[in-house]
Every structure is written in C-alpha cells, then in structure tokens.
Ligand binder design. Structure first.
Ligand code: JFZ
Length: 500
C-alpha cells in the first residue's frame, strides 16, 4: 500500500514537470501541414554566425551546477530518503505522502536560515571545471523554490538573508570567467512560494494584477542580473511550461527583445517562451524560438536528421534523475566516466554540446564521486581535445564502433567498441569526394595502415576503409583514430549487379 502511494505520487510529480503535449521536439520533427500567421515568433535568425554563437558551437563540453537550499537536505531528511530516492533531489520541497516529515514545506522554506557553505570556493570549482575540460558553465541562480543566490533587490528571499550573506552568483561569474569558461545563468521562471505566481491562466482582475506584478518582478530580476553580471554569455531558462507563462506571450516576446538589446550577443535557448498559439521551443511554423534547441534534457537524438540543422545542447545528470545534491548514491545507478564520454562524443558528433551536472552539498563540496568523474573526464579530454573541440558533424554513414567528428580535412573516429579482430572498418559512400588517406592513433601519434576493402556486397552504396590497430594497443578508455581525408585514388569498380 505504502509503495503504491509512493508510485502514484511519483507519477504526478513527473507529469507535472513534463507536459506530454510538448514532448515532440525531442524526436524527429513534424513540419506543420500549413503555414499560420505568427506575430510573436523568433527574434533571431536560426543560424546566428556572430562570434558568440560560433563560440557556443565550439564548446563541446559544459558543466551544469545545481546548488541551492535543497543541497542542505541532499534528498533526505533525518535519515529518511525522500520519495524512495527516485525523484529529482532539487524537488525535495514537494515531498508529500506518508514518508514526508511533519510540516515539511515550512521546514524547507526556512532552510535558508542554515545556508552557510563554509567550504564554498568558486575558484576551486572553476579550476576543477577547467581541468575537466568544460568550456561553459550553467549555474542555478534561482531554482523553482524561488531562493535567489544573488542579493536581488526584488525579493527578500535571497542569499543576503542567509548566514552566508555574500553574493554567490558574482563569485561564480568572476571565477569561471577568469578561467576562460563562459557563464550562463540558469533561471527558473516558476516559483513555488511566490504569492503572485500561479500556474493557471489569471482570470479575475485581482489575479491578473497579481500575475502582472510577477511578470514585472521577473523582468526586474533579469535586468538586474544583466546589470550586475555583464560578463555572462547567456541565460538558461526553466520552469516555463505553465499556462500562466504561456498566456503572457506578448510580454515574453518583448522581454526577450529587451534582454537582447541590453546585452548584444546574448544566447538564449528555446525553453524561454512560446508563440501566441502556445507553441513552445518551436513556433507554430516549426521555426526555432531562441538560438539553440533546449529540449535535449537527459536524452540524446538517435539520428542527426532529427535536429534539422539546429544548434543544441544536452544536459545530463550523473544519477538517473537528480540535479541537486544527493547524499546517498549507493542504491541507484550512477553514470560512469565511460557512459559520460560516450554521450559527450555522441552529442559532439551531431553538432551539440554535452553538459554534465554537478550537485554540490550544502557546505560547498562536490560529491566525492563527482570529483573523481571530473578528474577522469579531464584526463580524457586533454588527450583527445582535437577530436572534441571546434569540430563538426562528419557526413558519413554512422559507425557502430564510435562517433565521427571532423575539422577541415581531418576526420576523427572516437572508438568505444573495439572489434575483436582489431580492424576498424569505415564505410564511405562510393561517390564520396573525400576518403580516408592516412591514419594515426591520436594518443600516440603512431601511424596506422589504411587499406581500401571493396567487399563487393551487392547493391551496397558504400566502399570500406580498414584501419588496423596494433594488437598490443589495449587502452582502457575510448580512443581516437585521426585520419587525413584525400581525394579517392580511382573510381570504385562497378561490379555487375546480381541477377535474381
Ligand atoms: C527541470 C527542473 O524541473 C529540474 O529540477 C532541473 O532543474 C532540470 C534541469 O530542469 O526539469 C525538466 C524540465 C524540462 C524537461 C524535463 C525536466 N523536459 O522538457 O523534458
């Protein structure tokens, strides 16, 4: 019975966060049957070519940090795990049902009185991110609970009221920027305990006045962030799925315009707003709203074609679904360094950035496992940087052995699945104008034999290039084969088609 209740609760919590009707942007996109008039559509071209956007395209790896008063709890309270440990830890305020502590919401809303992270050192985090190879960071300035980690003038519920007092956002922006890591501010629109916020469309005059106050408050806070932290590169918006926000499309259109005018080059993902028909991420004609597709959250595109050429990033948890600190990792599967590297190269091979989430504890320490993963990823990204940063999707049939990336006439294959015969077979369309000429092992610089193998499979559109690995090369992590692309030596012989 207890279990049953728990699962019902879980189901409700999950559907609240993810509106099923909006889920279509994460798969192959359906183009709308006919054009409709859209007044509040995109404010930027779909493929910005300015320096800021080019920088976004070359990041490869990013770091996400979820930090707030939920980090004090670590997904449990007095030794009792919240919601069986399955739901997102930064949502712990919504803990209900038989296992929830008495007066939990009240306890939660007062946690800020204990927020005093004595070990917090933004420079240490920034150095760690740099060592890991992250080129941008997304930092939670305010999550759904509404608690602001900067001393905002527009609400009392902020860091200045905590025993810690100091501006955390400023320290993050300064420390990461000093390390050459671009900073994006995570900002939740919805707030669970703001009396002026409501999820439904405001109806009465009183409700309309209240929600209007909320909209002004949101605008004030965003302009305040731009004013206080002029070095930031973008915003990462969240909590924009409620009917109230969706109904404010004219306001949000103007607000986006204002933010962009105040901060030229600003990068905003597709999760900020919707058009007047309620279409989110993409407007009713399928045009992206914002500079990059922001729906790839804990998911990856199976096929490059699904992306329609849009820029995108995938944000990923290490636990199954916990963004804030989780004290106890023992009962859940947590992604390994190998899992994360695979997802990283999967993303980059499809022109996306991959962003790994960290959930530091209430004292300002990363989880010990996160420290370990950051270090291991850093070792790998240093050795394989060439295949990861500033590269693009390679137009080749996908390989089961790993992921292709390309920069000019350099082709990289990051191998995750090594064949038992040590032969890396690469399929290249018979009509390709560029084919692998020479190959080296990126990690050693040692050159490898490349041999064309026309295996003569009837009706096959491809020919094959075989790269032979040294038998004594037995690395413990994925490795990169770097190839020089050259013009094909001669036309691939056309074999006679089989008669049937
Ligand atoms: C949101 C938050 O609710 C969550 O706590 C975390 O901050 C995460 C990064 O963002 O969760 C979402 C938002 C959107 C989807 C799924 C979870 N979505 O579009 O699939």
């Amino acid at each position: 019975m207890k279990n049953k209740l728990k699962y019902i609760w879980l189901a409700i919590a999950t559907t609240a966060a993810v509106n099923q009707a909006d889920a279509q942007w994460t798969g192959p996109k359906k183009q709308p049957a006919k054009e409709v008039e859209v007044k509040y559509g995109s404010l930027t071209p779909p493929h910005r070519t300015d320096a800021d956007m080019q920088a976004f395209r070359s990041y490869g790896l990013g770091q996400f940090i979820h930090w707030g008063i939920y980090s004090i709890a670590g997904n449990e309270w007095n030794g009792v795990s919240a919601r069986g440990g399955a739901a997102a830890s930064e949502w712990i305020r919504s803990w209900g049902g038989p296992t929830a502590p008495k007066d939990w919401t009240k306890t939660y809303d007062n946690l800020y009185k204990q927020f005093n992270p004595k070990n917090f050192n933004a420079k240490r985090w920034a150095r760690q991110a740099k060592e890991m190879g992250a080129r941008y960071v997304i930092f939670t300035t305010k999550h759904h609970d509404g608690f602001a980690l900067w001393p905002t003038k527009y609400s009392e519920y902020n860091i200045a009221a905590s025993p810690y007092k100091k501006d955390i956002v400023k320290q993050i922006v300064d420390a990461y920027t000093a390390e050459g890591i671009d900073v994006y501010l995570y900002f939740s629109i919805l707030e669970w305990n703001n009396p002026n916020y409501m999820s439904r469309v405001p109806k009465t005059d009183e409700e309309k006045a209240k929600f209007d106050k909320f909209l002004q408050y949101t605008r004030n806070q965003l302009l305040e962030q731009l004013h206080n932290y002029p070095k930031i590169k973008g915003f990462w918006f969240d909590g924009t799925w409620d009917a109230s926000w969706k109904s404010a499309y004219e306001f949000t259109y103007n607000l986006e315009k204002e933010l962009r005018e105040k901060h030229p080059g600003l990068i905003i993902g597709s999760r900020f707003r919707n058009d007047e028909h309620g279409s989110r991420h993409f407007d009713s004609n399928g045009n992206i709203l914002g500079d990059y597709e922001q729906g790839w959250e804990r998911k990856l595109p199976a096929e490059f074609e699904w992306l329609n050429g849009n820029d995108w990033d995938a944000v990923m948890t290490i636990p199954p679904n916990g963004w804030g600190y989780m004290k106890d990792w023992s009962a859940i599967y947590t992604k390994t360094t190998d899992d994360l590297l695979d997802m990283l190269m999967h993303s980059v091979s499809m022109n996306g950035n991959f962003v790994i989430n960290f959930g530091p504890d209430g004292n300002g320490n990363m989880h010990p496992e996160e420290d370990k993963i950051a270090k291991e990823i850093g070792e790998w990204t240093k050795q394989n940087a060439e295949a990861l940063y500033g590269v693009r999707h390679a137009v080749l049939p996908p390989s089961k052995l790993g992921y292709f990336t390309q920069k000019d006439d350099n082709l990289y294959l990051t191998v995750f699945n090594r064949p038992v015969n040590s032969i890396i077979r690469i399929a290249v369309p018979k009509n390709a104008s560029q084919v692998p000429g020479t190959a080296t092992l990126l990690i050693t610089g040692k050159s490898l034999e490349v041999k064309q193998s026309d295996i003569g499979l009837d009706l096959d559109k491809n020919t094959y290039y075989d790269v032979t690995l040294p038998k004594d090369f037995q690395p413990e992590k994925a490795f990169v084969i770097k190839m020089k692309l050259v013009a094909p030596k001669g036309k691939v012989a056309k074999l006679m088609d089989a008669k049937m």
